[in-house]
Design a protein around this ligand. Structure first.
Ligand SMILES: [Zn+2]
Ligand SMILES: [Zn+2]
Length: 292
């Protein structure tokens, strides 16, 4: 039984799902995303598979889907061959496009929880798509800022901490980052949503995404637990400028960023490092990984 309830005090929507307690938390028996007779993906050969999430946070209205990036259990999106990473991007684009056409969908959110620390209950490489029947609060707030002028196009140089840029994409440390080592990846031109990316932007974006995660892994010396999240506006408007956010939970061996009082209770983030430091630290790693 799944409920959507609106909070009396803030007006924010919350998804409540009693059945979700039963979802598989360990792989004691077998992986549901590996090819096989009785698994979610079955025995049909695939490169990328998409199916309805059996244990969604939201459903009806809206939808939740799982995207399995590879048939191989040990794979990782960041280290897939470039062609396969592009296939994942293509699957995201296709699904986003068909979900946003549904009358009950207001927002299509594509994301990956990478690593058990951010709640990935199954190790097999996969991500998720939530098609929300409402506009999530973060997006609602951001939309207002985009109304008159795009903050990503009209940049103040002082506030642009650019890690990398080419003709198609920019990678920046957010001027007011919410998490240590947070990064943005966004198209150089004004693109509101995934489905409007050109084939060139898709190809380049897929490679840059891989290199960002590889850079984290190299810098921290571990398989970095992080959330990778697509912000896009799937309504008909063109004010919004899409981007990927990379939100690492790890910040080194044995060091984890936990959300605590200010973040959890007030939604006000407190970060104990500055983005200028992040840019300085990540630049040589990025140069080595991306050009190396
Ligand atoms: Zn598996
Ligand atoms: Zn823009």
């Amino acid at each position: 039984m799944i409920f959507l309830r609106q909070d009396l005090l803030s007006g924010e929507w919350v998804g409540l799902n009693a059945d979700r307690q039963e979802r598989p938390l360990t792989e004691a028996t077998s992986c549901p995303f590996c090819p096989g007779e009785k698994t979610e993906v079955g025995n049909v050969p695939f490169d990328v598979a998409v199916f309805e999430n059996k244990f969604p946070a939201f459903q009806s209205p809206g939808s939740a889907e799982v995207v399995v990036y590879s048939p191989r259990h040990e794979d990782d999106l960041a280290y897939l061959p470039r062609d396969n990473a592009q296939l994942v991007w293509q699957a995201w684009k296709d699904r986003s496009q068909s979900l946003e056409e549904r009358a009950d969908v207001q927002s299509v959110f594509i994301f990956e929880n990478r690593g058990g620390k951010v709640g990935a209950s199954i190790a097999h490489p996969h991500g998720q798509i939530y098609a929300y029947p409402f506009l999530p609060p973060r997006l609602e707030r951001e939309r207002v800022r985009f109304e008159s002028n795009c903050p990503l196009c009209a940049r103040n140089d002082q506030e642009s901490l650019v890690l990398f840029e080419n003709r198609l994409w920019r990678i920046e440390v957010p001027y007011a980052m919410r998490m240590p080592f947070q990064l943005w990846l966004f198209p150089s031109r004004h693109v509101p949503r995934l489905k409007e990316l050109t084939p060139d932007e898709m190809t380049s974006g897929a490679a840059l995404m891989q290199d960002i995660v590889r850079s984290y892994d190299s810098y921290f010396g571990l398989r970095t637990a992080l959330v990778m999240a697509l912000y896009q506006d799937v309504s008909m408007g063109s004010a919004y400028h899409m981007r990927w956010d990379f939100l690492p939970i790890d910040r080194g061996q044995g060091k984890t960023k936990y959300l605590a009082g200010s973040e959890l209770a007030m939604g006000a983030f407190v970060v104990d490092m500055i983005p200028e430091f992040v840019k300085k630290e990540l630049t040589p790693v990025w140069d080595r990984i991306h050009h190396g």
